[in-house]
Write a protein that binds this ligand. Structure first.
Ligand code: NAD
Length: 250
């Protein structure tokens, strides 16, 4: 492991343009469970995946009620960034960070101090709501206040339509501009760092392959194997909060 960390440090030291892709694993030490890790929400309860399906959510009020119940006291809204989020802020300060692509919806990169202009939220953000009828966007905090006051399926205050988080659910398309930006960053980097993601959700996972194909050296930091380990120059299996600050000690 020490040799691998050293190799990863050398790769970052020699980098000019680093693109980073993060997943739920970077936030587990901040108290936000991932989906597919050993303590993951779906590992423990596979049926929970149903509330992340757009058609189910739109059609079924009970699915929505469960989603709001699940969200109202979710640790995501009070979590604080950890050492790995902070290490990525240091990477930005070094001038090497081209883009910070995240599958996370928790906003912890921005809370840590990463520049919003460098962060691309591939799967959206849990900090807003959108009306599925009129498209009105509002802060998530407003909807959660109504849930706490007893409204178990809050609707749009403008038109009464179904409200959903500004996240991308299964069955929805990713935002084309965000995805284009992410692809461009994968094509233009000389190092691609994938952190805390099982690399099982496409098209986000495919960005690793895009970067590898154009010759970027890939570094993967994840506790469990991923489908892209064989294209990586270095795979680091330790805990992210310990390993990433070591690798990025710039
Ligand atoms: P995932 O749950 O599929 O995989 C997370 C990976 O991180 C696992 O392989 C796990 O072994 C690893 N991991 C967890 N904690 C770790 C640690 N401390 N050190 C090292 N490795 C660790 O997550 P994913 O690939 O991001 O895909 C899941 C989807 O779920 C994403 O689209 C994301 O939008 C969403 N999600 C987001 C959050 C969040 O915003 N924090 C939380 C849960 C799920």
């Amino acid at each position: 492991m020490a040799d691998d960390i050293e190799r990863a440090r050398e790769l970052i030291a020699g980098a000019q343009r680093v693109t980073v892709l993060t997943g739920a694993g970077i936030s587990t030490d901040s108290g936000i469970p991932d989906f597919r890790g050993p303590q993951g929400v779906w590992t423990k309860n596979p049926a929970a995946e149903l509330i992340w399906n757009y058609d189910n959510y739109r059609a079924d009020p009970e699915v929505r009620r469960e989603a709001w119940r699940d969200r109202v006291d979710h640790p995501m809204f009070t979590a604080v960034p950890g050492p790995a989020h902070e290490a990525l802020v240091a990477l930005e300060r070094s001038g090497k960070l081209l883009a910070l692509l995240t599958q996370n919806i928790d906003g912890l990169h921005q809370k840590a101090g990463s520049s919003a202009s460098l962060v691309a939220e591939l799967h959206g953000s849990n900090h807003g709501t959108v009306c599925l009828t009129c498209g009105a966007v509002a802060p998530m905090a407003d909807a959660l206040e109504r849930v706490r006051a007893g409204d178990d399926d809050p609707t749009c205050e403008r038109c009464g339509g179904v409200l959903k988080a500004t996240t991308i659910m299964f069955g929805e398309m990713l935002d084309v501009d965000v995805l284009t930006r992410a692809r461009d960053a994968a094509l233009a980097c000389d190092r691609f760092l994938a952190i805390g993601t099982s690399l099982g959700v496409h098209p986000a996972a495919g960005l690793v392959g895009v970067a590898a194909q154009v010759g970027a050296e890939v570094i993967i930091v994840n506790a469990e194997p991923t489908p892209y380990d064989d294209v990586a120059s270095v795979v680091l299996r330790g805990g992210i909060s310990e390993v990433l600050p070591e690798v990025l000690r710039l």
